[in-house]
Every structure is written in structure tokens, then in C-alpha cells.
Design a protein around this ligand. Structure first.
Ligand SMILES: [Zn+2]
Length: 94
């Protein structure tokens, strides 16, 4: 990824966002001939999985395979967590 050319003001904003614990500033920056890389250090597999899970859940995709979920749970009125296929194999197990 090409680094983004930034001003000192922008770098301050990046640092402020980091102080707040935001992951927004992750990326590459270019400032006065320096490349500044902001990345997550040793992000665990669990953390990565949780992020993926949340993202899929928020956007209405099956948390297992990422397929678009179209059916809603009649009880809650919300989209199911799983696609038809995964809902079926999960229900059968329990
Ligand atoms: Zn699925």
C-alpha cells in the first residue's frame, strides 16, 4: 500500500485517535521523507475472528461463511445470524 502524504496536523489527529483506542488510523503515512506505519501489533486470531464476526453480523451476512442472510427471525424481527444452509446444519445438531 502506498503511504498517504500527511501534514503534521494530520499526524496529531492520528495520535489523538490512537489515544482514544480507535483503529481508524491504521495505515501508512508519509511525512518529510519518513514512512510511518500504524498497524496492530500481534493481533490475536481471536481478535481477528471477533472483528470479522461483528462485521458480518452488522451487515447481515452469515457469520460462518459470509453469505447474505435474507430471512428474518419472526420472534425478534432481526436477520438470522446464519444463512439457510448453516442454520439448517446447526439446528439439526442440537
Ligand atoms: Zn453460512
Amino acid at each position: 500500500m502506498e503511504p498517504k502524504k500527511v501534514t503534521l496536523k494530520k499526524l496529531h489527529e492520528v495520535i489523538e485517535a490512537l489515544q482514544e483506542g480507535s483503529e481508524e488510523p491504521i495505515g501508512n503515512y508519509f511525512y518529510k521523507g519518513f514512512r510511518i506505519q500504524i498497524s496492530k501489533y500481534r493481533s490475536s486470531g481471536t481478535e481477528r475472528y471477533m472483528r470479522l464476526y461483528r462485521k458480518r453480523r452488522e451487515n447481515g451476512y452469515c457469520v460462518r461463511c459470509g453469505a447474505k442472510v435474507t430471512r428474518k427471525n419472526p420472534k425478534t424481527g432481526k436477520l438470522y445470524r446464519l444463512c439457510e444452509f448453516h442454520r439448517e446444519i446447526t439446528d439439526r445438531k442440537s
